[in-house]
Ligand binder design. Structure first.
Ligand code: SR1
Ligand code: MG
Length: 428
């Protein structure tokens, strides 16, 4: 029995086969004899089991939450209720951003188990970025996903009552928020058992993070914003490992960290992960077509993600927002419409500043915290890896402490471009 959920048991291969065989709709999707289905555990994330099941006529993906953090083990318990919040978030995202999340086929609350469409031939975007693959459809899709999911779950689109119901529905996901509060906003800046970095080269840089009070203030302001600004329903973990892609398709997966928080956290996550792909690129082997073209594409993508997100979000707002914020009755006159338009620009500038700060926090945690990413980790030569990471950290510190100096997204990409050739001093 796990955490009071009497029917919960971990479904390994045989039990999963029996379970799926007992569900007529899924049995029909898979086809053929259940005994001949292939079942492979493919989860490479930090928290859950993920199985790919294939039958004579089709396949499905099955995700089951474990009652603990997979990356660490049973010593770190984690509520199964995250599977419920993930299912809720996926359902909402499917409604608001159709075609940009996997189709939901089945959910079992007690087993903390969800069956989804098998995304094939999609791959995890982060893996594609490590191989220097460009994704021309990504900007359009991710900007639509963020603009629609964030706008339509905010006070700009909802009544106050609807918004508060939404907050309440996700308020129980606080254990997942706590992971973020600790691993992103606290641990990298103090001695924490689970921190790690590319030693010895980044030893001095790691120590400097613990002693940098301007950084401590900046990260604490961001933490407060994360904890105390329920602006919209966030994905909550929107990195490139939570996105699956083909040349022409994008699917956002894994919203188990979903809750009502500051919009800039999701936007910043996407920007941060693209920037890390950019800085990591020079540490990897030359790819066909060259790394330069890829790196130029990544920075162009960073700019377009923000610009397209901002344009689409504003379009939704201008198209007739029905939410209780900025009441239509207060801005009905010509003068009111003009003033509201100025206010929209101010709102977007504030959202941009939030995204810049959160992006910086996301970069720093991947270099000094518990959970790293393959963009850097797959750079075998640890000195090369440290150089790429130090460049990213230098940008992140500036973005976090001198956030006001980044007025436009071109300020961010311009600074990244300069740091791409900076030679950091490493510890030895
Ligand atoms: C213990 S969980 C570590 C990280 O994995 C997830 O993908 C989140 O980013 C979390 O912070
Ligand atoms: Mg995840």
């Amino acid at each position: 029995m796990a955490q009071g959920q009497g029917d919960y048991r971990i479904l390994h291969e045989a039990a999963l086969r029996d379970y799926l065989a007992g569900l007529p709709e899924l049995k029909a999707v898979l086809g053929g004899e259940p005994a001949r289905w292939t079942i492979t555990e493919v989860g490479d994330g930090n928290l859950n089991l993920v199985f790919i099941v294939k039958g004579a006529s089709g396949g499905v993906a099955v995700k089951q939450a474990l009652p603990y953090v997979r990356l660490v083990g049973e010593s770190w318990p984690l509520p199964l209720s995250r599977a419920h919040h993930e299912y809720l978030a996926l359902s909402k995202q499917a409604q608001l951003a159709p075609g940009l999340v996997p189709a939901l086929l089945h959910h079992n609350e007690s087993l903390a188990l969800t069956v989804m469409e098998l995304l094939e031939p999609h791959i995890i975007m982060r893996k594609g970025l490590v191989a220097a693959t460009q994704y021309p459809g990504f900007v359009g899709d991710i900007s639509t996903f963020m603009a629609r999911t964030l706008f339509f779950t905010s006070d700009l689109a909802l009544t106050a009552a609807e918004k508060k119901e939404g907050i309440a529905a996700f308020a129980g996901n606080h254990a997942l928020c706590k992971i973020t509060e600790d691993l992103i906003f606290t641990d990298p800046y103090r001695i924490a058992e689970q921190n790690r970095w590319t030693a010895p080269y980044l030893d001095a840089l790691a120590a400097s993070l613990r002693d940098d009070m301007e950084l401590h203030v900046a990260i604490s302001r961001l933490k407060l914003k994360f904890m105390a600004s329920p602006e919209a329903l966030l994905h909550g973990d929107l990195h490139t490992g939570s996105i699956m892609v083909t040349d022409s398709q994008t699917r956002v997966i894994d919203p188990e960290f979903a809750f009502y928080g500051p919009m800039g956290f999701d936007v910043g996550a996407v920007l941060a992960n693209l920037l890390m792909a950019y800085f990591a690129s020079s540490g990897h082997e030359r790819a066909p077509g060259g790394r330069a073209a890829f790196e130029a594409w990544v920075l162009e993508t960073v700019e377009q993600v923000w610009n397209e997100f901002s344009r689409k979000f504003l379009d939704l707002w201008r198209a007739g927002a029905a939410g209780d914020a900025y009441p239509v009755s207060l801005f009905a006159s010509e003068k009111g419409a003009a003033r509201l338009e100025v206010e929209r620009q101010t709102y977007m500038q504030r959202l941009f500043t939030d995204a810049v700060g959160f992006a910086a926090a996301k970069i720093t945690r991947r270099i000094f915290g518990l959970a790293h990413n393959i963009d850097f980790e797959l750079i075998e030569d640890s000195k090369k890896r440290a150089i790429s990471e130090a460049r990213a950290v230098r940008l992140a510190r500036a973005m976090m402490v001198e956030t006001g100096a980044f007025r436009t997204i071109a300020d961010v990409t311009g600074a990244a471009r300069k740091l791409r050739v900076w030679r950091p001093e490493l510890s030895s």
